[in-house]
Design a protein around this ligand. Structure first.
Ligand code: NDP
Length: 330
């Protein structure tokens, strides 16, 4: 087996880091118990930020980004993994504080890996990726807070994005009526094909609400947007319902009042996919595997190469990627 491999490498530069595709050697890789032959990686909003040098997520260069990947174990000093095992990795600040998946090989801690569930291919795992895994955690959190299909419509914001597309698909599969918020009306048919029952134009929820409480509409919400849209959604939540806050595609601020919490018992549930524990991960991946419809997953997937990433980084930050982009290693 060759020790050299292709990687996307970021080097420190004046404004944004420079991006180069380079040949590296396994001796260049950081320490870790498991060497993985990466076959697929994902493109997430955070990858866009890392590729553009935003948010000071990367402190040390040169850096190999890629916050999630799937592949096969090539070597392992940890008894839990042996060569040939199929694995998936999301989170643990891989691709930010540690070298990540935009390379044909990655060396990581065994604790960070999850065995690829039977029935899921590496490509499918990255079609799900961090975004889809987060959507599963969000749906799980809503259910843990007693959401069930007969409660009424569940809202998904940022619906055409990665978190949103998988959330729509999972909720649809679980029998919920799903209202999908999108700023891209052209994606209405796509969202309906994933399981959305209603399309809500972004303008309907844009901007802070003009009153702290509006008519009660939503039985639950998976929110990938944050900002004023989340403030608006909170004002429209039904009595006793919950919002799973996953993302900040519309901004990190939250200018609201406590009235939805105090007068309607609304719950704001924080969702973190990065540091969540191993058992939660294994369960979430198993459930995803059982729930996801292969053809819907395929419909939300675009295959790209390492060379396409500079362009796709701009696109994801501008909210222009539909569903999930999967990076296929040659
Ligand atoms: P995407 O870019 O794929 O999706 C975001 C979607 O949000 C866009 O497709 C767009 O959907 C919508 N959107 C974009 N900009 C705005 C805006 N200004 N106002 C309203 N809607 C907007 O990103 P991901 O799905 O990968 O991630 C979504 C968010 O979730 C990100 O903020 C990301 O950082 C976060 N995240 C958090 C995780 C966690 O552990 N908590 C893990 C993974 C992601 P449309 O065109 O349909 O309106």
């Amino acid at each position: 087996m060759s020790d050299t491999f292709k990687a996307l490498v970021l080097e420190a530069a004046d404004k944004a880091p420079s991006i180069q595709i380079k040949e590296l050697n396994t001796t260049d890789l950081p320490e870790g118990e498991v060497l993985v032959r990466v076959s697929h990686s994902g493109l997430n909003y955070k990858d866009g930020m890392v590729l553009k040098g935003l948010g000071r997520l990367v402190r040390h260069y040169p850096h190999v980004p890629g916050i999630d990947f799937a592949g096969t174990v090539e070597a392992s000093s940890d008894p839990r993994y042996k060569p040939g095992d199929a694995v998936v990795l999301t989170g643990w600040r891989v691709g930010e504080a540690h070298w990540g998946g935009y390379a044909q090989k990655a060396r990581v801690k065994a604790d960070w890996l999850v065995p690829l569930p039977e029935g899921l291919t590496a490509r499918q795992a990255m079609a799900v990726g961090t975004a889809g895994f987060t959507a599963m955690l969000a749906v799980q959190a809503l259910e843990d807070h007693r959401l069930s299909p007969e409660d009424g419509e569940v809202l998904v914001t940022g619906a055409s994005g990665g978190v949103g597309s998988v959330a729509v698909s999972l909720l649809g599969r679980l029998g919920y009526s799903v209202a999908a918020v999108t700023g891209r009306p052209d994606n209405a048919d796509y969202l309906k094909s994933l399981g959305a029952t209603t399309i809500v134009p972004r303008e309907a929820l844009a901007g802070a609400p003009d009153k702290p409480l509006l008519s009660e509409r939503w039985a639950g919400c998976v929110d990938a947007v944050g900002g004023d849209m989340l403030a608006h959604v909170l004002a429209e939540m039904r009595y006793g319902s919950s919002v799973a806050a996953c993302g900040l595609a519309g901004g990190p601020g939250l200018n609201t009042t406590v009235l939805p919490f105090l007068l309607r018992g609304v719950k704001l549930l924080g969702i973190d996919s990065v540091m969540c524990d191993h058992d939660t991960r294994v369960l979430a991946w198993e459930r995803l595997t059982g729930l996801l419809d292969a053809s819907r997953l395929d419909a939300m997937t675009t295959e790209i190469r390492l060379e396409d990433l500079p362009d796709y980084a701009d696109r994801i930050l501008m909210g222009q990627v539909r569903g999930r982009a999967v990076v296929v290693m040659d």
